[in-house]
Design a protein around this ligand. Structure first.
Ligand SMILES: Nc1ncnc2c1ncn2[C@@H]1O[C@H](COP(=O)(O)OP(=O)(O)OP(=O)(O)O)[C@@H](O)[C@H]1O
Ligand SMILES: [Mg+2]
Length: 452
């Protein structure tokens, strides 16, 4: 399964979108928690700063430097800052040696930014009643710890959400994709002309099943129409055969019972021949319909192609001799048996050999071969006659089509249509090739699409 296909499926995108929305929600929640907590901690720090300053100031001016030093000394975590300055701002004592520039001396705690302090640290500076300036600050170590926690939590949960989201999206899209593959497979068979195939429908009756159901209904209707169209010609052939037979009988009686001579007799004979030709065509048309409608498996059995070919050769040897065409055979003894209708196979090969003998001029040569290919047996009938030009090779398989250069030979153009109907019924492939010179007709006796 390709990644691009996965990406294009709706479940995959929906799951990813869901994941993204969820991740955003988590981000917002964490952000809110951090912001609220930071506000709360800021207020706490303000309280600490204010009370520290008050405790120091309450003791009065006397021994204030000493108490400041004590406070500095007792701060084991080094998160508190004290500075005592003279009224002119000269440092007296404490671990802060200079007032931050521009820091307002009004006793109100505010945020203080300094390179050695964590962001969010709070401090106040106040002028004591006796003029000195006291600076008290509190580092925001807790706050930065909290921020680290939040960021780490975001990173971990984000990574997890990404991995889980992708996995869930892939897992959720896999089944629909597999079903689409199954649908595609079935439609491919339908496109290749297999009329009986329908798209698989599951028991879930979901949207895909609904679509498959609609497509199946369309295919039912298409198949019905196709059969109707196909049977039109056949019905005509069927309906016209009786009057034609009567006409033939009449002509025959005329030719037998009247004493026609010369040109008139010749005309009656020609009319008889034409009627015979018409009857042959109608029979062939009906035959094609019969083959196409045949219950596929009913007459199938394991068939030894060697004996089918031997029969065909036996049947055609006399006519080959009459025409002065050499009929040669090369039959692989090890060609596998095939599941087939032996009568139809015989008919197909017979038709092809009949063509080869008919179109090959006197002194020519027709060669029948049975080859054992890895995929299955292959029957070849090659002649060195006029051949069929590449452009006409598809057309000669159609009903009534007769190639330009051989139109003078007798025939109705239905033989190869019968052969190709028989090949289709067996899922074999009929191939026309150039025998250089001449035509080579091959029947690959293995299911279509299994070529190596
Ligand atoms: N071996 C061949 N060499 C040259 N042309 C051929 C050969 N086999 C078939 N064809 C061409 O293909 C056309 C169609 O063949 P097909 O067997 O369907 O009809 P046909 O032989 O003319 O008539 P029918 O078989 O119905 O008596 C032929 O008319 C001929 O033009
Ligand atoms: Mg023919």
């Amino acid at each position: 399964m390709k990644l691009g296909e996965l990406w294009r499926t709706t479940p995959f995108r929906l799951t990813l979108l869901n994941g993204a929305v969820f991740a955003l929600a988590v981000l917002a929640l964490m952000g809110l928690i951090y912001q609220q907590t930071a506000g709360y901690l800021g207020r706490q720090m303000d309280g600490i700063v204010v009370s520290n300053a008050r405790v120091l100031a309450l003791g009065g001016a006397e021994r204030l430097p000493e108490r400041v030093n004590q406070a500095v000394a007792s701060d084991a975590r080094h998160i508190e800052y004290y500075g005592l300055f003279s009224a002119e701002g000269v440092w007296i004592t404490g671990n802060v040696h200079a007032l931050p520039p521009g820091f307002r001396i009004d006793g109100t705690p505010r945020e203080i930014k300094a390179p050695n302090l964590q962001p969010g640290s709070r401090a106040l500076a106040e002028r004591l009643p006796w003029g000195e300036i006291l600076f008290v600050g509190h580092d925001a170590l807790v706050l930065s710890g909290l921020r680290d926690i939040v960021i780490r939590a975001l990173a971990v949960s984000g990574g997890l959400a990404l991995v889980l989201g992708l996995a869930a999206a892939a897992a959720l899209s896999l089944r629909p994709l597999q079903r689409i593959d199954a649908l595609r497979e079935a439609s491919r068979a339908a496109l290749k002309g297999q009329l009986g195939v329908r798209l698989p429908v599951s028991r879930r009756r979901d949207e895909m099943d609904m679509l498959a159901g609609v497509a199946n209904a369309m295919m039912d209707e298409a198949e019905r129409l196709l059969w109707e169209v196909k049977s039109v010609g056949e019905n005509v052939a069927h309906d016209l055969r009786t009057p034609l037979n009567r006409l033939r009988a009449l002509l025959y009686r005329v030719s037998q019972e009247t004493k026609l001579e010369g040109a008139e007799r010749e005309m009656i004979e020609r009319a008889l021949a034409e009627t015979d030709e018409l009857l042959t065509r109608f029979r062939a048309l009906q035959r094609i319909g019969e083959i196409e409608r045949r219950d596929r498996q009913a007459f199938f059995e394991p068939v030894r192609l060697q004996s089918v070919l031997e029969h065909v050769i036996e049947l055609h040897e006399p006519s080959a001799e009459d025409r002065g065409v050499e009929l040669a055979a090369e039959i692989a003894p090890d060609a596998a048996e095939v599941q087939a209708d032996p009568t139809l196979l015989f008919e197909a090969v017979s038709n092809v050999v009949d063509n080869a003998l008919k179109f090959t001029p006197k002194g020519g040569r027709v060669k029948i071969r049975l080859l054992a290919r890895p995929e299955g047996p292959r029957i070849e009938v090659a002649d060195n006659g006029p051949g069929v030009p590449e452009a006409e090779r598809d057309a000669v398989l159609q009903r009534f089509y007769r190639a330009e250069r051989t139109r003078n030979a007798p025939g109705s153009g239905l033989g190869l249509s019968i052969v190709s109907a028989i090949a289709r019924l067996h899922h074999f492939t009929l191939v026309l090739e150039d025998a250089k010179p001449g035509l080579k007709v091959a029947l690959n006796c293995w299911p279509r699409g299994m070529e190596a």
